[in-house]
Design a binder for this molecule. Sequence first.
Ligand SMILES: C[S@@+](CC[C@H](N)C(=O)[O-])C[C@H]1O[C@@H](n2cnc3c(N)ncnc32)[C@H](O)[C@@H]1O
Length: 269
Amino acid sequence: MGNDERMRAQPSVEAATPPPPPDTLPEARTTDGYRRTTSFRSRRSALSAAQQRTWERLWPELGILAAPRDSADAPDEPLNTGAWFGRDAPLVLEIGCGTGTSTLAMAQSEPAVDVIAVEVYRRGLAQLLSAIERENVTNIRLIRGDAVDVLECLVAPGSLSGVRVFFPDPWPKARHHKRRLLQPDTVALIADRLRVGGVLHAATDHPGYAEQIAEVGDAEPRLTRVGPDRGELAISVVRPSTKYESKAQHAGSAVTELVWERRSERNRP
Ligand SMILES: C[S@@+](CC[C@H](N)C(=O)[O-])C[C@H]1O[C@@H](n2cnc3c(N)ncnc32)[C@H](O)[C@@H]1O
């Protein structure tokens, strides 16, 4: 084979590394080029034709894509949420909203609170977009991307009244525990983004993960655990029942509810 033929037989660099299909996120890498360990699986999530139409109509106004924090596209400044929602109201970030069942119900029950739903799974966000339109809900916005990138680059310190993490992926195998979202670093980042009195609300049906979340939250010096008899909080902690609740019930497992409040600097231990 001559040189020319050999060159033709080789796949071009472009052909060997096609761009990611539009329904999966680009792979996140650290500054030194390693693939980042994430708390989510990269899964394809093609939309139906109807979902695609809804997406094209609503996403430009209600959604944004978060660039990975180590990428050239990472923003230098946090989001102007007042401009995005068209008002200044208490702000909640829900991490890993799935198809948005809790997001929708809780936003409807607290119309004076603005909710940003963060999810990597596009079909889940598309379902939430359809529900927002159907129910005519005005206090939800959506961000597609890794919640850690969102907290780090798009959310200002001390700006959130609440962070919700319902049924985070438990990564049950010991060798995957490093992929769990609620680790000391992420909980510290959440505590930093909460305003004094802001609430971190987590729920899980996985006993081992519940223990880990409790330990990590209790060890964070800016957070104080809130018991069920605590009076009024900055945001509601009443969750609707979702498919994860039903699954847990069927499997005979309990759902653990964990709530912390961000304490003031003066009250730090
Ligand atoms: C087990 S599901 C729970 C969905 C929803 N909270 C509920 O209760 O129905 C966990 C979701 O979190 C999302 N997720 C995991 N890690 C994430 C991250 N770092 N940023 C955004 N979403 C994430 C996954 O894509 C998945 O949809």
